[in-house]
Design a protein around this ligand. Structure first.
Ligand code: ADP
Ligand code: ZN
Length: 726
C-alpha cells in the first residue's frame, strides 16, 4: 500500500507506547512498512509505517513523518510475524519491533559510510598497535569496518588506522553500499549420502520444493550426519530461489559448520550473531532484505531478520536451552521458527539426537513429520556406555576421578587417543566455606554462592557476574586461613588430571577461560587437530563439535542435573548426558562413555546407559501427561521483581488472590514462590506459575487477569510463556 503526502498513517515506534500512533505521510508519500523517523514529544524516533491511520485525532493537529529512511520497507509478512509473536509471548509491540530493527545504523548518515579494509602493502615500520589492526582485518577475512569499529576492535586509537591508510596497509573506501554475499551453488559438490541419509534428504527436498509450510523433526543419533542431510534441504531451497536460515546454539563455535557449507556450496553463508561487527550486521540486514544473502547461519535473533523470501528454517540441536531467550522479550526461537515459517510458507527442520519432549510429542501427534537416522555415518559405531558406581569407589577427599576412569584415561593416552572429562561446572570450586564457623561466601547482590576461579584468582557470581578477591579472613568470624574450597569445578579437575596424568597434555575448555569466542574456537580447532590428550570441559564441549580422535568420555558427576525439584531435570540430564557421550568414538575406533554416579539404578541414569530413547520419552511423556504439564498442558510464569522483598511478595499474593479471569478458563495459579533466581543485582524475584489445559485461551486470560493491577513501587513484571523450568 502507498500513502500520498498528507494521508493519515499509523506508525509503530520502538518506544514503549504499545500501539501505533497517527502521523501524516511525508512529502513524496511513503509505502506501508517504510522505516521512518517521526517526532515524539521533543524527540525524533525510529518507527515503521504500520498501515492506514485509524485514530479520530484531529487531522489538522497531526504531526508529519520527518523522513523515510534509506532501508528496504518491512514486509507485510514480518508485520504479521511480529504481531503474532507479540500476542503469543504477551510482549508489547514496541519491544517486539526492537528485535526486528536491531539492524544497527538503519538511518546512518552517508558520511559514516566510509569503510576500511586490508590493503596490499605492509607498513615500513611495524608497531604492536599497527600489527593489531592488520590482525583484526586478516582475522575477519576480507571484511570492512568503520574507522571507530576497527580502532576499538584492535584496541588502538583511530590515528593508528589512519597512519596505516597512508602507507597502503589499510584501504579506505567510500560508501560501500554494502557488498552482496558470494553466490552459493546448490550443485557445487554434493556428498555421496548413505542410504538412510539419502532417503531423509529426499523427503526434505520434496518439502522444500513444495513451497509451503511444514515442520520435520529430523532425529538422528550423534554422528549420523544430520548436517549433511539438512544441507540438502538448503540446496533445494536455493534451487527454488528462496532463502535459507540455519539456527545454531553456539554460533561462536561454528567454524566447522562454515567449512562444511563452503565445501558443499562453494561459498560461505552470512553469519549473524552478537559477536558480529556493526558493519557486518548492517550488511547482512540489508542483503537479507534485498535477497542478496541466500543463506544465513545465526543465533536465535536471526529469526527477526527481514528475509525477502524465506523458504527454510533449520533449528539445529533443537532441544538446546539457549534457544530460549530469558531476558527482554522471553521467546523460544524453536517455537518462533515454526510460527514464522507458517506465515511465509516455509519448511522447518528441527534437528537433534535428543529432541525436546515438546517436539517429540508433536511428532507423535502427527503435527510434525518424523525422519530418523539410527546409525552413525560410515565406519563409526555408537559408544559403549558404562556406569561407575561411586558408592563402591573409596576416593580420598578432594579427589573425583575414580580408579576405573583413571585407568581408562591412561590407556587412551598411551594409545595416542584423546579422552574427555566432563563436568558441567565452571571455575575451581562451587563453594568457599569457613572451616571455623561454617560461613559460605555469597554474592552481595544475589542469592548465589560465589564460585572460586583460580585462574583469575577471584570469586565470581555466576548469576550477575560480580567478582571479588578471595578474602584472607572469614568475613563472618574473622578467622584467618580457614577458608576452604569445597567441591569440584573444571579448573579443579584440571588440577587433579595434571597430578594423575603428568605425561599428558591437558586442555581445559570452559567459556570463561577465553577472552573471546574466537580464542575459544581456535583452541577447539587445535584440540581437534590433536593438540591435547586429555580435555576437561563444561557443556561447551557437548555441543556438536567433532573430535575425531576422542574415544573416551568420562562424566565426573552424572547425578549433577538430577538434583532439585525441576520437572524438566530428567529430560535435561538425559539430553546432556547422551550428547556428551556422543562425543566419543566419532572416528574409526569405537568410543566408550563412563558415567560416575551414586545412583546407578536411577531411572534416568539407566535410560542414558541403555540408550533406549523411545522408552525414556514414553515414560517422561506419561508422567507429564498425568501431571497435566507441558507439552500436555500449558504453563506461564509471572516473574515479579522489586528491591523490597516484602513488597514483591505482597503483590505476588494479591495477584494470586484475584485470579477470577484465570479460574474462568479452568487455570490454576501457584505461588508466589522465590523465582529460580531469587535475587539478582539487588532485586528480589518471586514467581507465580499458571497452569492451564492444553486448548485453553491462556494468553487472553492472562491479559484480563493482569489488567486488574497497577504495579506498586518499583515492582516489575515479566510474563514467561512456556517457562524452561517448572
Ligand atoms: P550429526 O550432526 O548427526 O552428529 P554430522 O553431520 O556432524 O553428524 O556428521 C558426522 C561426521 O560424519 C562428520 O564428520 C561428517 O562430515 C561425516 N559425514 C556425515 N555424512 C557424510 C557423508 N554422506 N559423506 C561423508 N561424510 C559424512
Ligand atoms: Zn551476584
Amino acid at each position: 500500500m502507498f500513502f500520498d503526502e498528507g494521508q493519515r498513517v499509523a506508525v509503530l515506534t520502538a518506544q514503549p507506547l504499545g500501539r501505533p500512533l497517527d502521523y501524516l505521510a511525508p512529502a513524496g508519500g511513503c509505502h506501508q512498512g517504510a522505516y521512518v523517523e517521526v517526532p515524539l514529544g521533543p524527540r525524533k524516533v525510529l518507527g515503521v509505517v504500520w498501515g492506514e491511520g485509524a485514530g479520530d485525532f484531529d487531522i489538522a493537529k497531526l504531526r508529519a513523518v520527518i523522513r523515510v529512511l534509506d532501508a528496504p520497507p518491512m514486509r507485510e509478512e514480518m508485520q504479521s510475524f511480529l504481531t503474532r509473536a507479540a500476542d503469543y509471548t504477551l510482549t508489547p509491540m514496541p519491544a517486539m519491533l526492537r528485535l526486528a530493527t536491531r539492524a544497527p545504523g538503519l538511518g546512518l548518515p552517508p558520511s559514516m559510510r566510509r569503510i576500511y579494509r586490508r590493503g596490499e602493502g605492509l607498513p615500513e615500520r611495524m608497531t604492536d598497535a599497527r600489527r593489531r589492526v592488520i590482525e583484526t582485518l586478516e582475522n575477519y577475512g576480507g571484511l570492512a569496518f568503520t574507522l571507530k569499529e576497527l580502532a576499538e576492535m584492535s584496541g588502538v586509537s583511530t590515528g593508528v588506522v589512519k597512519g596505516l591508510v597512508e602507507n597502503g596497509a589499510v584501504r579506505e573506501e567510500e560508501s560501500p553500499r554494502d557488498l552482496p554475499f558470494p553466490r552459493l551453488d546448490a550443485d557445487h559438490a554434493g556428498k555421496r549420502l548413505a542410504e538412510d541419509q539419502d532417503a531423509a534428504a529426499a523427503r526434505l527436498r520434496e518439502g522444500a520444493a513444495a513451497r509451503r509450510y511444514g515442520t520435520t523433526l529430523l532425529r538422528g543419533v550423534t554422528g549420523s550426519g544430520k548436517t549433511e542431510v539438512y544441507l540438502e534441504a538448503v540446496a533445494e531451497t536455493l534451487r527454488q530461489g528462496r532463502q535459507a536460515l540455519v539456527l545454531l546454539p553456539e554460533i561462536a563455535l561454528t567454524s566447522e559448520f562454515l567449512t562444511r557449507v563452503e565445501a558443499r556450496f562453494g561459498a560461505r553463508p552470512a553469519e549473524w550473531h552478537s559477536g558480529a561487527t556493526m558493519t557486518e550486521r548492517r550488511r547482512i540486514w540489508r542483503m537479507v532484505a534485498e535477497g542478496n544473502a541466500q543463506f544465513v547461519v545465526g543465533a536465535r535473533s536471526a529469526l527477526f531478520l527481514p528475509f525477502q523470501d524465506l523458504g527454510l528454517i533449520v533449528v539445529d540441536e533443537e532441544h538446546d536451552t539457549s534457544y530460549k531467550q530469558e531476558e527482554g522479550v522471553l521467546y523460544n526461537a524453536r517455537d518462533m521458527a515454526v510460527l514464522r515459517a507458517s506465515i511465509c510458507d516455509a519448511q522447518v527442520v528441527l534437528a537433534s539426537a535428543t529432541p525436546s519432549l515438546e517436539s517429540w510429542a508433536n511428532a507423535e501427534a502427527g503435527k510434525y513429520t518424523r525422519l530418523e537416522l539410527t546409525s552413525r555415518f560410515g565406519e563409526a559405531v555408537m559408544p559403549e556406555m558404562r556406569s561407575v558406581d561411586m558408592r563402591t569407589e573409596s576416593l580420598p577427599s578432594n579427589r573425583w576421578i575414580s580408579d576405573v576412569l583413571q585407568n581408562a584415561v591412561r590407556a587412551r593416552v598411551e594409545r595416542g587417543e584423546q579422552a574427555l572429562l566432563f563436568l558441567n561446572r565452571r571455575g575451581y570450586a562451587p563453594v568457599t566455606i569457613c572451616r571455623a564457623c561454617g560461613h559460605q561466601i555469597g554474592c552481595d547482590h544475589c542469592d548465589a554462592r560465589m564460585v572460586e576461579h583460580r585462574f583469575q584468582n577471584r570469586l565470581v557470581c555466576h548469576q550477575c557476574g560480580e567478582s571479588k578477591a578471595k578474602p584472607e579472613r572469614c568475613p563472618s568470624c574473622e578467622a584467618e586461613d580457614k577458608l576452604a574450597a569445597v567441591g569440584p569445578g573444571v579448573e579443579r579437575m584440571a588440577e587433579e588430571a595434571t597430578a594423575l596424568f603428568p605425561e599428558a597434555r591437558i586442555a581445559t575448555l570452559s567459556s570463561d577461560l577465553f577472552g573471546s569466542a574466537r580464542a575459544l574456537k581456535q583452541r577447539i580447532e587445535e584440540i581437534a587437530a590433536g593438540g591435547a590428550d586429555v580435555i576437561i570441559g563444561t557443556q561447551i564441549v557437548a555441543k556438536g563439535h567433532n573430535f575425531p580422535n576422542l574415544t573416551l568420555v568420562g562424566v565426573i558427576d552424572a547425578d549433577l542435573g538430577l538434583q532439585g525439584s525441576d520437572l524438566r531435570a530428567a529430560e535435561r540430564t538425559f539430553q546432556l548426558m547422551r550428547q556428551v557421550a556422543g562425543r566419543a568414538g566419532r572416528g574409526a575406533r569405537q568410543g566408550t562413555a563412563m558415567l560416575q554416579t551414586y545412583q546407578p539404578e536411577h531411572a534416568v541414569i539407566r535410560a542414558i546407559l541403555s540408550g533406549d530413547e523411545e522408552a525414556f520419552w514414553r515414560a517422561e511423556a506419561a508422567e507429564r501427561q498425568q501431571a497435566g504439564m507441558p507439552p500436555y498442558g500449558r504453563m506461564a510464569g509471572i516473574i515479579l521483581s522489586a528491591s523490597d522483598v516484602q513488597q514483591v511478595f505482597d503483590f505476588g499474593s494479591e495477584l494470586a488472590r484475584r485470579d477470577g479471569p484465570l479460574r474462568r478458563i479452568g487455570a490454576q495459579v501457584f505461588g508466589p514462590a522465590p523465582a529460580p533466581i531469587a535475587r539478582i543485582r539487588g532485586r528480589h524475584r518471586v514467581r507465580l506459575l499458571v497452569k492451564a489445559a492444553k486448548g485453553a485461551p491462556l494468553q487472553a486470560a492472562l491479559t484480563a487477569w493482569l489488567a486488574q493491577f497497577k504495579l506498586p513501587g518499583d515492582v516489575r513484571l515479566a510474563v514467561d510463556i512456556d517457562p524452561q523450568s517448572f
